[in-house]
Design a protein around this ligand. Structure first.
Ligand SMILES: [Zn+2]
Length: 324
């Protein structure tokens, strides 16, 4: 699937609009110049005949190459004269040329049918936005994931080092059809959110559609769709994002008020995504036993069977930071 389709559509529209605006502005400047410099108008009219002359030469002339060379020479001379007239009158030589935001693709977003970097960057920025990571994303990366907080215990350090490596590897080689499901288990403040955000960021940069959501917000969307909002009005919350994105990251599972409704939503969602080979990363503060108790064996066997467990250990980083 790749880039979020809604973002893609919006950005394509933005490019078409921008392209037209640039063309319109250029043609306004041309009219302005034609009104004050008739010589340029005359040159432009001759230049616009060149295409026709090339066609005539192709059909009629005995030596097409020679005719073509002559036309090209004349065009070049006309363009030079045009530039001279413009600069002599205080305008830049390219005054009437379209002024593109991106000179490489001429604001079309593509160079020889390949996406231009300017468009790719816009899609990535839009991807951050639509993923729901928000401002968290800006501060949390693999680079600033510090293993120093885990140094107190050798085994913990090694475990966290391998978690970091695994997360990097996961993000760097992400592909929905091949990537596994991860379940990050461990107490609060052990870096689960940091690592899953860092994964999200890199997967978005790779051009994939990612949704990052806290389980509380996600279940709120399901409830709103099923039961309506506080006044009982159905909100039409868009749940397709959860079933269709390339990577779904559900943060803090277990912090919601677990009931039959949330459990069946979660089961349905995971089931759909597993069947479609669309990976999920779960993070939870619950112990595996507690996890099992909460989500019934039905989900648990399905979840635990298809998820690679990443255990997080150590001492709450936030507490360590405060005590410094
Ligand atoms: Zn471009």
């Amino acid at each position: 699937m790749g880039y979020n389709q809604e973002n893609f559509r919006k950005i394509r529209e933005e490019y078409s609009r921008k392209y037209l605006e640039v063309q319109e502005a250029a043609s306004k400047r041309r009219e302005e110049i034609h009104a004050i410099l008739p010589e340029v108008k005359e040159i432009d009219s001759q230049l616009s005949d060149m295409g026709l002359r090339i066609m005539q030469a192709a059909l009629q002339s005995e030596d097409y190459q020679a005719a073509l060379a002559e036309i090209e020479e004349q065009s070049h001379a006309l363009e030079q004269r045009r530039a001279e007239v413009l600069t002599r009158n205080g305008f830049s030589a390219d005054y009437t040329a379209p002024r593109y935001e991106c000179a490489a693709c001429g604001d079309t977003g593509y160079i020889d049918y390949k996406m231009c970097d300017c468009m790719r960057k816009k899609l990535i920025l839009a991807g951050y936005e639509s993923s729901g990571i928000g401002t968290l994303m800006q501060s949390q990366s693999f680079e600033n994931f510090s293993l120093d907080y885990y140094k107190a215990d050798r085994m913990t350090y090694l475990l966290m080092q391998s978690n970091l490596e695994r997360a990097k590897e996961y993000a760097g080689s992400f592909h929905p059809a091949k990537s596994e499901n991860l379940a990050m288990f461990g107490g609060t403040g052990l870096g689960k959110t940091h690592l899953s955000t860092a994964i999200a960021r890199e997967v978005i940069e790779g051009g994939w559609d990612v949704v990052y959501v806290s389980c509380v917000d996600m279940f709120a969307d399901y409830e709103a769709q099923r039961f309506g909002n506080s006044t009982g009005t159905p909100t039409g919350a868009d749940l397709s994002r959860y079933t269709e994105c390339d990577l779904l990251i559900i943060d803090d599972l277990g912090t919601e008020l677990t009931n039959q409704f949330t459990t069946s939503c979660l089961y349905g969602l995971l089931n759909t995504r597993l069947n479609r080979h669309l990976p999920v990363i779960l993070s939870t503060n619950l112990e595996t036993d507690e996890f099992r108790k909460r989500y019934w064996d039905r989900i648990t066997s399905r979840v635990l069977g298809n998820f690679t467990i990443m255990p997080f250990k150590g001492t709450d980083i936030r507490r360590q930071k405060l005590s410094k």
